[in-house]
Design a protein around this ligand. Sequence first.
Ligand SMILES: [Fe+2]
Length: 296
Amino acid sequence: MQTPRRVEHELTDKGYVPVYTTAVVEQPWDSYSPEDHDTWAQLFQRQQEILRGRACAEFLDNQRRMGMTANAIPKFADLNVHLQAATGWKLIAVEGLLPELTFFEHLAAREFPVTWWIRKPEQIDYISEPDLFHDLYGHVPLLMNPIFANYMQAYGAGGVRASTFGNEPLTNLTRLYWYTVEFGLINTPEGPRIYGAGILSSKGESIHSLESATPNQIGFDVRRVMRTRYRIDSYQKTYFVIDSFEQLFKATVDPDFGPIYYDLKGAESIPAGNVLDSDRVYQRGTGEGWPTDADV
Ligand SMILES: [Fe+2]
């Protein structure tokens, strides 16, 4: 079997640009080197220690239930046995970033795309695009949770529909994904805990999102989130806190996204660090050291 390509960003005269790919491949498990497995083990162990008491219980419990360990890069086929039984989701191996619509279509079909390759040892602390560690370690355990799994499918279906409505709905949806699936916090009796994969796969942000006085922590509201810009080059200025995964799922179906886009049509976007009078504030950030240039 031929080893699939490793599709990464490219350096052009306009700087680094993302490169997209649509192929679904077989995970070339035999091609992982001892160094690849070691990178996985190091990242896994380090995050396990940091996330105890910081990640939500659903994440840590389901990670254990699916048999993800530091020992070796998991085989997607093994994880799929657990996923299929729990929620009917399936991991598919991809070569890198997918175009938006392709990504939505996979989610709508309960398929989660996972980049087959892992970062190099020199990228342990930072890589600009999703690799196997981010996708698998960060995103996959919560797909074992039936309600979160339904949210992800509803999000994908909403994305397929939104792509026929033009740019504004797509921007709204991207912000929702960013502030929930990637950078979401969930309220628990012990305080906020992490469920967003962008935080779960980052050593620094796992601590920053919960313990730093700098960022805002604000109660989740779907319209508020869809209007809020975000950072792609630094820690988030604001984290949105959900009460439960039910709340998240309900926001996508009740009402449907359609009326929400209608409400938000032409509404001004909100800078990433702003706090509104209508916000339910868990923490008002000090904003120390925030970049002052525009948010995405
Ligand atoms: Fe991600």
